[in-house]
Design a protein around this ligand. Sequence first.
Ligand SMILES: [Zn+2]
Length: 100
Amino acid sequence: MRVVKKGWKKRPRVWKKEIGCKPEKLSCLTDKPACGATLEIFEADLILLYYKGEFGGKHYYAGVKCRCCGKTDSVGKVPDDIWRRLLKKPERFDGWQEAT
Ligand SMILES: [Zn+2]
């Protein structure tokens, strides 16, 4: 086959998200108070965190460590492909255990 003229190709987009460093129930990995910084985060910044549910089950979520104060913040929803790659990274317990 010979390509006469290249068709439309999706350009890879770099995922990024802006989050605030703020207090959150799920982020008790450090007991530091949130510094209030606004952070622009990329996929490489994400860490796989989990808290323990009522029956000891692990609940995973995407987190990030604030560069300003070192507090761990929850990122919220990330795109599916990024989430699948994040699940292959080493997990970290955030210190939160739901009351039984
Ligand atoms: Zn911070």
